[in-house]
Write a protein that binds this ligand. Sequence first.
Ligand SMILES: Cc1ncc(COP(=O)(O)O)c(C=O)c1O
Length: 415
Amino acid sequence: MKFSKFASRFSSESGIVQLMDDLGNAMSGNSDVLMLGGGNPSHIPGVQQYFRDSLHRMIDNPSLFSHAVGNYESPQGNREFIDAIVDMMNKQYQWGISAENVALTIGSQSAFFFLFNMLAGEDDKGNHKQILLPLTPEYIGYSDVGLSDDMFYSYRPLIEKLDDRFFKYHVDFDALKIKKNTAAICTSRPTNPTGNVLTDEEVSKLLTLAESNDIPLIIDNAYGEPFPSIIFTETNPIWNENVIYCMSLSKVGLPGTRTGIVIADKPVIDLIRNMNAVINLSTANFGAMIAKDLISSGEILRFSKLLIKPYYQEKVEHAVDVIHREFEGLDYYIHKPEGAMFLWLWFPNLPISSNELYDRLKEKNVLVISGSYFFPGLEDDWEHKHQCIRITYSMEEAVVEEGVKKIAKELKFIF
Ligand SMILES: Cc1ncc(COP(=O)(O)O)c(C=O)c1O
């Protein structure tokens, strides 16, 4: 069968397809595999209890239940949930938003598909517009969502070496150029894969750059404040009409409900509503209806701060200790873990590529993600791209321990 050019964008070579395939296989029974590659949030018992109670209340209420399963939701998203988000963000951060600034999507992944393609690609004068990713490594899931070629351009980061084998990436503002065809700036904060959190100063400089060039700044807040709050540094979330703030219920513990939230200027929200209608008819109901009361009561803020954040913080500290212990004698660096659920490991003198390391570890039943996928839009073949891997620390501690031990053994063999 002959497929279209559009279909070629969905080849199984895509990093995200490989990742989701590995994740799906590991979750569906191959219990020998040590899965350090996925992005699945943990099933935190206390948090799941909130969702279970909320789902029971919904099922026990005939009109809520019949709306949840029996109605197409409006394409902008469940109105009560949107109102609850508006109240919460205004109370927390005094943003002054209203319901016309919020739309829901089927997971924030589909919000990025909508946003990138509404802003970049060919404009009405035939110009090719691009999204600027100011700092790579950046989220693998952006790479293949563009419907036109070369949708991104991006830059290497500055690398700051810290004590105790840690390092941190910073935006290289001297290198950064806004071009005539730059349509928007986008960054994940906290960043998947590195756990980096751009400083407030970096975000404010990016916003100034965006504003002075009349383009939006997209902030991907899948792990940040006010929920799920898997962020270990103090930040000050900002919004104005130039900012497109993307959030998700996934990392709170509801990835199966596919609920993304976009907060933006009205014309952007109107377009997302229309895109939802054309592509999906309506948005998903379930996540919004399960989470609505948790948001309007403020409960989601409490359990994000008191259950989710400490849970991941404890896990990351354990994983870092295990790495320091097992990697003793190796030449390695860990990106300072400031948020998200990953550790980004850098081996400056790795004698093979990170893709080969991925293959060798897979043979030994340890799944990691090769760092090379996390540089969307970076044209130059920077050696650093091939010296890093991403591991997830959100699984049981025994899995992390054993996985890290096997990685250390393989590295000691290779070096
Ligand atoms: C940085 C980042 N953004 C967006 C997403 C997409 O999340 P979802 O579509 O589940 O809301 C993810 C998922 O892992 C992510 O890590």
